[in-house]
Ligand binder design. Structure first.
Ligand code: MD6
Ligand code: FE
Length: 229
């Protein structure tokens, strides 16, 4: 798919075709060195992603994890891939088995893997090899507080994050918790890739607004791909 940087120059007829996606689609927006949004990049994969998601959730259902501090997260989570991210009273970590089912996490669907590797390459990260995909489900009011993703061994590999369904506001901070934050609207099909100098930036998701999306109904789904080990 075309994702050249000059897409705002495209003929208005083409822009109209993508009026529901995002202004200027298809496009790449630089957020900071090493971080960009690929607007609408996942749209051609939408049906395959949603079908694969159903299969994963049938085996390892969404659940609300507890933070080490004892708070139940408003976002419901599951995983696919060799490793899954979990949290409980003893901390955050990656596990090879789903603590709910005591079975391995569902394997990473080919559609997920291809999208993640293509998006990373588009953003300038060759050789991305995700072995974990954290799947987040937000209903209205659910949020993700400011955090860093730092439980992965190889911080040279980026994170690829796919938004599906209802729109959300992504908070994009700096390397210190107290640094200023940009607010970035993420729509169905948008993919955020970040790594390099941005890999340890603080970030979060503001409380989801009520709405309905044809692909997901009343929720937002986020797929976050990482190389953990
Ligand atoms: C979300 N995303 O978009 C949560 N982490 O629902 C993340 O926490 C995230 O989007 C690292 C890199 C990109 C992300
Ligand atoms: Fe994160």
């Amino acid at each position: 798919m075309a994702t050249d940087c000059n897409s705002t120059e495209q003929a208005s007829g083409t822009a109209d075709m993508f009026a529901d996606a995002a202004p200027g689609f298809p496009s790449r927006e630089e957020l900071a060195p090493g971080a960009c949004v690929l607007r609408g990049f996942a749209l051609p994969h939408e049906a395959a992603l949603l079908a694969a998601l159903d299969t994963i959730v049938a085996r390892s259902p969404f659940r609300h994890l507890v933070t080490p501090g004892g708070f139940t997260m408003s976002v419901a989570m599951t995983n696919c891939g060799a490793l899954g991210w979990v949290s409980d009273r003893s901390g955050y970590r990656y596990t090879a088995t789903d603590p709910c089912t005591r079975q391995p996490w569902p394997s990473m669907p080919v559609a997920f893997l291809h999208l993640a590797v293509q998006a990373a390459a588009e953003a300038g990260f060759d050789h991305f090899a995700p072995d974990a995909c954290l799947i987040n489900r937000y209903v209205p009011g659910a949020r993700l507080t400011l955090h860093q993703d730092r439980n992965e061994r190889d911080l040279a590999q980026p994170i690829v994050s796919v938004s599906l369904g209802l729109p959300a506001t992504f908070l994009f901070g700096g390397l210190e918790r107290t640094d200023g934050r940009a607010r970035i609207g993420l729509l169905h099909g948008d993919v955020v890739v970040w790594g390099a100098a941005s890999r340890l930036r603080f970030h979060g998701i503001l409380p989801l607004k009520t709405g309905h999306h044809p692909a997901t109904g009343n929720c937002r789904i986020n797929l976050t791909f990482r190389n953990v080990r």
